[in-house]
Design a protein around this ligand. Structure first.
Ligand code: COI
Length: 363
């Protein structure tokens, strides 16, 4: 079960990858954090631009207690995945979309951001430097739907501030972790509860960017939902409390016959890259897809509901509870449309079919 792996070369500092390999049980790994060998880091000052990044051993970072991210939440993150193919290639899925989304978010949060090229190069360097975490000898080819390398880019205000202002210095980092399924249900349908009191985002706020605070804000409702046995929370719009927005960590779609609908992007919803890709995949497969306001009442009438996101991929929904009443989908099995779209997308991501859309970046 041991394979020697050639040294990986980082941008500025060549790093050696230990020759021992790590065996991962992809059936049980879930979405827990597994520490890997190296992380990427690059700094820049306010008003400047990022220039020289480097790979360093994975570990704790030093931050002043006055850092902008700690005091005023100036921080963004991204999420993308690398898949290893049967013929030993490593594939990234649409990394330029993550780079562009980080740039948009940085603009909203008054931060400088790496260029698209810098972002993609940093992702490639980090994935290669941690190759042994993906190239696992006993489980060399994770079965479809079971394993990938999750890549987490971060952009934080690392400089010190006291008065409310943008931090004087910024740090861009990337770490990676091998992951399996996000929800403990695996690919089985998840059960959602609609939150009626708390909201994830408000018009004019930061709901459409991947700022860290958006995710802290959903923990309370998510914790309460999990304590009652639900998988996660589905949010409604904060003004009318009747239009679907998104789940804590993913976008939502409803299926009715040949028609698929998802809430439109209007400032309060994260523009998911999996969301955007599923819309294209579904249209290519003959579905009529609408991005529009979707009312909570439409859930009653839907044939299927599914969620999309980098971490969750395409997750079928088995039931939704709203004001004490539950509606169920797919007789507790995975709906046919959810299954079809999941397979079509993951076959592209895993390099099992031709990449007609030009979404794959091969390392
Ligand atoms: C992702 O899907 O990459 C996300 O950002 C969700 C995260 C909360 C795990």
């Amino acid at each position: 079960c041991g394979t020697n792996i050639a040294p990986a070369v980082g941008v500025n500092s060549p790093v050696s990858v230990p020759s021992d390999t790590v065996d991962i049980n992809w059936d049980t790994i879930g979405f827990g954090l597994v520490h890997t060998d190296h992380m990427y880091t690059m700094k820049c000052s306010l008003g400047g631009s990022f220039s020289k990044g480097e790979l360093v051993p994975f570990g704790n970072i030093e931050l002043s207690p006055c850092a902008g991210v700690l005091n005023y939440g100036q921080g963004l993150f991204e999420g993308l995945k690398a898949y290893r193919t049967e013929d030993d290639n490593i594939l990234l899925f649409r990394p330029e979309e993550n780079a562009k989304r980080m740039m948009m978010g940085a603009e909203r949060m008054c931060m400088p951001s790496p260029s698209v090229d810098q972002f993609i190069q940093a992702v490639k360097d980090t994935v290669l430097a941690n190759e042994r975490w993906h190239l696992v000898s006993c489980f060399r080819y994770p079965p479809p739907g079971k394993g990938s390398l999750y890549i987490r880019p971060l952009l934080i205000g690392s400089g010190s501030v006291l008065g409310l202002a943008p931090a004087p210095e910024y740090t861009f980092m990337i770490y990676v972790s091998p992951v399996g399924n996000y929800f403990k249900e695996g690919l089985s349908p998840i059960n959602l509860i609609i939150e009626t009191e708390m909201h994830r985002a408000t018009p004019g706020g930061t709901g459409s960017v991947k700022t860290i605070g958006n995710y802290a804000a959903v923990l309370k409702a998510q914790g309460a939902a999990k304590a009652k046995g639900y998988s996660d929370v589905l949010y409604l719009d904060s003004v009318h409390k009747k239009y679907l927005e998104e789940v804590s960590s993913c976008n939502i779609f409803i299926v009715k016959g040949n028609s698929i609908s998802t809430p439109d992007i209007k400032g309060t919803i994260l523009p998911g890259i999996t969301r955007k890709s599923i819309i294209d995949v579904a249209r290519n497969e003959g579905f009529q897809v609408e991005e529009r306001e979707v009312t909570v009442d439409e859930l009653l009438d839907a044939d299927e509901v599914f969620c999309t996101g980098t971490a969750v991929v395409v997750s079928p929904v088995g039931s939704i509870t709203y004001l004490g009443k539950s509606v169920t989908y797919g007789s507790h099995g995975v709906g046919l449309v959810s299954q079809q779209l999941y397979s079509s997308l993951t076959r592209v991501q895993m390099g099992l079919v031709d990449d007609k859309m030009g979404w794959i970046v091969k390392l």
